[in-house]
Design a protein around this ligand. Sequence first.
Ligand code: FES
Ligand code: FES
Length: 158
Amino acid sequence: MDKVRLALRVNGEPVDLAIAPNRTLLEVLREDLALTGTKHGCELGECGACAVLLDTRPVLSCLVLALECEGADVVTVEGLAQDARLDPLQEAFSDCGATQCGYCTPGFLITAKALLDERPQATRAEIAEALSGNLCRCTGYIQIFEAVEQAARRISDE
Ligand code: FES
Ligand code: FES
């Protein structure tokens, strides 16, 4: 299959590469750009492990063709920390025990980041609804909800 050019920004950096037109954003992030923080789960849009921000909106990168991202801004879990400082969500997930095996964690962090950027005072019900497309086999979800609430408090105190 002939390759086509794709130019976008990933975690603030310009990226220009040649890809087969049928490749997903998930494949390009993990295999071409070595950004393996974004996890390869079901590839069916059912687990949320592959979530990234696309122009600030959370999307499932397994369901997005990379070519649809021409000119877009993509943020992966690797882009959450700023100036060598973890995002408040990353700190809260660590503090609250919201991560066990960790496979789901990047997807939860990205989805929660989009939620708190839009609704900094999100309620527990809003957090649960926003994260309802992210599956975790380990934690039981309560620690994850508590971590998002703790991050929201930290952000509002800054
Ligand atoms: S890998 Fe994309 S939703 Fe599961
Ligand atoms: S921490 Fe293991 S799947 Fe969520």
